[in-house]
Design a binder for this molecule. Structure first.
Ligand code: GP9
Ligand code: MN
Length: 493
């Protein structure tokens, strides 16, 4: 409808030219007018880009886009994006998938029989820990533990301390995508936006087929990251968005509802769900710029030249306390013993802009090697009745789905996925990040340099050589699946 008037005027001009009163403008005036129009457009775009960096590449929220560039331009932009991806989709065919399927099958490893089906029929509680990186675990600031609850919880759970986030520009949404599809996100843009209409076989869909009730709970507006649309494609039965929460000034900080109120209110949603359920909780308080009210602060900020890093620790602590209460409530309501609980960090919180403060905190220089090591986020899996264990296998978010399905006793060879079961002794220690950096048991490759993990020093490229191709291959296959919407050709064996 936005463009209908232009079409209408064009038709009118062609068939009823008399409708128009002719007025002549000299070429100079026309040029001036055009330049003015373009100038204003680009000026507006620059302002929008300054307020929201990477606005157009990240496309993180339709509302924010419309607010910044206007409805008309938004539709233009959306039409271009849409045309591009439908062209790629139209040109794809099923044969491309067979090649990928062969690759996936050839790389599938023996599963660990001992743990297979250990949590069969249990509820699944998945918690996305906003911006939580591994470097806060078991660490102190001003002599105080940053995450006392998590440090304790880890002792009763499987804790993966070499687990990397693999997100790109889609941040939280990318982490959701990887964890539930065991595919890589895209190199540019957020797949939640660009390919929300694709065919997927995500965890919520698989578990729905197995009789689970599946829901995502996140107290933000439902269109953020296009979740309302994407969740349908992932097979969620229900999305509890901000409309399902009582959000007021009193219980909000930073980006919205605080984590303590979020979990507290979520418990009543959870109690009403039919069991077994698969429920994903997305926390929000520990989000840049990490602001917190004075009275909510139980840890003093760090002291360095980075306000961001200084404020980060108290907000991490806040979420840690929110989690402690949540787990307490699960115990009180009898849900704890019937649920497997998976906690994971969604992506980094402290960017490379804060390297000098980070270096002060960690007591070492932040080299490109260290920067990649800082991309580790916690993965904690609590299975009732199981003792705690720290597992140091090199792993990534892509491995969560196969690991979870394995614990639930669901065969993984029915699905196309790039991740591996983390309990398998044969798991190849190899994780690719979205920027093609990769990590193996002994080496780390980033920015065209191979590092020896033991020393953190650059080493001969040969040591990384044999994985270089594999890293590119995996990302490339995954991209092909998404751009060509190839899973629509997949027939489950
Ligand atoms: C918003 C939350 C944060 O709903 O998921 O998104 P992020 O900026 O971390 O991608
Ligand atoms: Mn996030």
């Amino acid at each position: 409808m936005y463009f209908a008037d232009i079409l209408f005027l064009m038709l009118l001009l062609k068939y009823k030219p008399k409708t128009f009163r002719e007025s002549r403008y000299n070429p100079q005036d026309r040029k001036f007018f055009l330049l003015m129009a373009l100038g204003v457009t680009f000026f507006n775009l620059a302002l929008a880009e300054a307020a929201r960096p990477e606005l157009l590449t990240r496309t993180f929220d339709r509302e924010i886009l419309v607010k910044n560039i206007g409805t008309y331009h938004y539709h233009l932009y959306d039409a271009i994006l849409q045309t591009k991806s439908s062209a790629q989709r139209a040109l794809a065919d099923g044969s491309e998938l067979s090649e990928i399927e062969n690759y996936v099958r050839a790389n599938q490893k023996e599963v660990n029989d001992e743990l297979y089906g250990l949590a069969k029929g249990k509820n699944v509680i998945l918690v996305s820990l906003e911006s939580t990186q591994s470097f806060v675990i078991n660490k102190t600031v001003n002599g105080e533990e940053i995450t006392p609850f998590l440090n304790q919880f880890i002792k009763e759970s499987y804790y993966f301390n070499n687990f990397y986030h693999q997100t790109g520009q889609g941040k939280t949404s990318d982490s959701e995508f990887i964890i539930e599809n065991s595919l890589y996100p895209l190199g540019r843009g957020a797949v939640f936006f660009t390919h929300a209409q694709n065919e997927y076989k995500a965890t919520p869909e698989i578990l729905t087929e197995k009789g689970y009730y599946t829901a995502s709970l996140h107290a933000n507006n439902k269109s953020f990251w296009n979740r309302d649309i994407m969740y349908d494609s992932l097979g969620y039965q229900r999305f509890y968005d901000s409309d399902e929460y009582k959000v007021s000034e009193g219980n909000s900080i930073n980006w919205g509802l605080n984590d303590k109120s979020f979990f507290k209110q979520s418990i009543s949603h959870l109690k009403r769900m039919p069991e077994p359920f698969y429920a994903k909780f997305i926390t929000l308080t520990n989000h840049f710029p990490f602001t917190l009210n004075e009275e909510d602060r139980t840890l003093e900020p760090y002291r360095s030249n980075s306000k961001t890093l200084n404020q980060y620790f108290p907000t991490v602590r806040y979420t840690d306390e929110a989690l402690e209460r949540f787990i307490g409530d699960l115990k009180r309501d009898g849900l704890y013993e019937d649920s497997i609980i998976v906690l994971y960090g969604d992506h980094y919180g402290i960017s490379e802009n804060h390297n000098s403060a980070m270096s002060q905190f960690l007591g070492k220089e932040i080299t490109p090697f260290e920067s990649i090591q800082l991309q580790r986020v916690p993965l904690i899996i609590h299975v009732p009745g199981q003792k705690g264990k720290t597992i140091s296998t090199v792993s990534g978010q892509i491995d969560v789905r196969p690991t979870l399905l394995h614990l639930l006793g669901i065969e993984n060879d029915d699905y196309i996925e790039f991740g591996k079961d983390l309990f398998s002794e044969e798991k190849l220690e190899f994780t690719v990040l979205r920027d093609s950096s990769f990590i193996t048991k002994d080496y780390l490759y980033t920015m065209d340099t191979c590092y020896d993990k033991k020393t953190g020093a650059a080493t001969a490229k040969d040591s990384c050589e044999k994985y270089l191709e594999k890293a590119k291959q995996e990302l490339d296959y995954s991209d092909k699946i998404i751009y060509g919407d190839l899973l629509r050709f997949y027939e489950q064996p």
